[in-house]
Design a protein around this ligand. Structure first.
Ligand SMILES: Nc1nc2c(ncn2[C@@H]2O[C@H](COP(=O)(O)OP(=O)(O)OP(=O)(O)O)[C@@H](O)[C@H]2O)c(=O)[nH]1
Ligand SMILES: [Mg+2]
Length: 407
């Protein structure tokens, strides 16, 4: 196990800092790194060193047998270079830890490519610093020219790798789209499990499925979306999707990389937000999850808040969001209530509306035909006239085609 010194700057609000520090420790654990010292400074990040210059010297004096220094936020390439030079040992950051975890967990081709792209994008601006390090170690200005050329070569190589990986990813994505379209034609409703990492999404999924997905007490156990057809309350079949967990300050390269796995969420009829009600910073975790959903462009989909792990001690005065249920996947309590609530929400807001779709927007008509219940259709001159039964999701999505009733 590698030993490390952690450095964090405390300049945000109190909860935010406490949560991100405890997460940083969790990330270390997931990377098999033991932190021996935690150094906190109450200043905003400085451009050259992230921490203050005096703090750099202090950290330097504190180094015993540690092999690395880990900083609680993403460092700029300049900061990495300066700190490595001053401290004389490996310096890395929170983003790097998350990338390492993702890399070790990625199993499918798609997840591996996504992590690779994120990693390459992270490394690209850091190349220059790495080269300078190498060549200053070798000494002598004679290497400088050669170093610049090598840097150019490496940059080109990485750009090429990114392009190749993206191309391959696009191909896989298309396959996935075809699968999704096939599913849509079946008109089965899609319910997506989303939520903070370690909240219990995969465990909940496993209640219903023979073929288990990996559920473990570690950050980012799941990296890829998996979908299973399940039956709710002995009544209705739905498609349940498990997704990658969220975390605060998820590196933006990773968000980009994982957007395609999360596309399922965009098309969900209902989102089950799984929340670990025993987590110390439960409200923050909910906020981060809601923010991430917004970043994904998910705005209208109804959400059922599923407060999981009710078997563990939790704040009785927890301010809950509605609609909500409390469950324990572990003890299988209140699962039926949750199912009834899901069924109610799926059925709830079906509404009959009239629509007019211009003939040149046949795509919209085709989509509706696949996904909603069409009660009547006629084809007069001004467009396709439909009477349909839609959920609020589709009502919002196709609002501009809805014809207001005349009275
Ligand atoms: N006590 C208790 N533990 C639970 C419950 N549900 C899940 N867990 C535990 O919580 C941990 C995380 O569960 P997962 O299902 O892997 O969580 P996840 O949301 O899929 O996590 P990621 O894949 O990392 O996003 C595991 O150790 C589970 O055994 C519950 O109701 N009670
Ligand atoms: Mg999981």
């Amino acid at each position: 196990m590698k030993k490390a010194i952690l450095v964090a700057l405390d300049y945000k609000d109190e909860d935010d800092f406490a949560m991100s520090l405890s997460e940083l420790k969790g990330l270390c654990k997931a990377c098999d790194i033991e932190y021996t010292k935690v150094i906190i400074q109450s200043i905003t990040p400085t451009k050259p060193y992230y921490m203050g210059k005096g703090k750099v010297n202090e950290v330097k004096r504190m180094i015993d047998d540690e092999e690395m220094v880990i900083v609680g936020e993403e460092l700029t390439p300049l900061q990495v270079r300066n700190l490595t030079e001053e401290l004389g040992l490996e310096v890395t950051d929170r983003t790097d830890l998350i990338l390492r975890i993702f890399a070790s967990r990625a199993k499918t081709k798609e997840a591996k490519l996504q992590v690779e792209i994120a990693r390459l994008n992270y490394e690209l601006p850091r190349l220059a610093g790495m080269h300078e390090g190498i060549y200053s170690q070798q000494g002598g200005s004679g290497f400088r020219g050669a170093g610049e050329t090598q840097l150019e070569i490496d940059r080109r190589r990485i750009h090429h790798q990114i392009a190749t990986a993206k191309k391959e990813l696009a191909r896989l994505k298309k396959e996935r789209q075809i699968q999704r379209q096939r599913r849509m034609r079946n008109q089965e409703e899609v319910v997506c499990l989303v939520g903070y990492t370690n909240s219990g999404k995969s465990s909940l999924m496993n209640l219903y499925t023979q073929k288990k997905v990996s559920a473990q007490d570690m950050l980012f156990a799941t990296l890829e979306t998996s979908t299973r057809r399940i039956r709710l309350a002995d009544k209705k079949y739905i498609l349940l999707s498990d997704t990658v967990g969220f975390i605060s300050h998820l590196p933006h390269h990773l968000i980009e990389a994982f957007l395609s796995t999360l596309e399922e969420v965009k098309e969900a009829d209902l989102i089950l937000m799984v929340i670990d009600c025993s987590a110390k910073y439960v409200q923050k975790q909910i906020d981060v999850t809601l923010d991430t959903l917004q970043q994904l462009g998910v705005n209208h989909t109804p959400i059922l808040y599923v407060y999981n792990k009710e078997d563990l001690p939790h704040d009785d005065l927890l301010v809950t969001r509605d609609p909500h249920v409390f469950i324990s996947v572990k003890n299988e309590t209140h699962i039926e209530e949750m199912e009834e609530e899901i069924l109610r929400l799926l059925a709830q807001d079906e509404e009959r509306v009239a629509m007019v779709i211009p003939y040149n927007e046949g795509e919209v008509y085709n989509t509706l035909k696949q996904r909603v219940h069409i009660i009547e259709e006629s084809f007069p001159e001004d467009g396709i006239h439909l009477i349909v039964e839609v959920t609020s999701y589709y009502k919002n999505k196709y609002a501009k085609y809805i014809k207001m009733p005349e009275n």
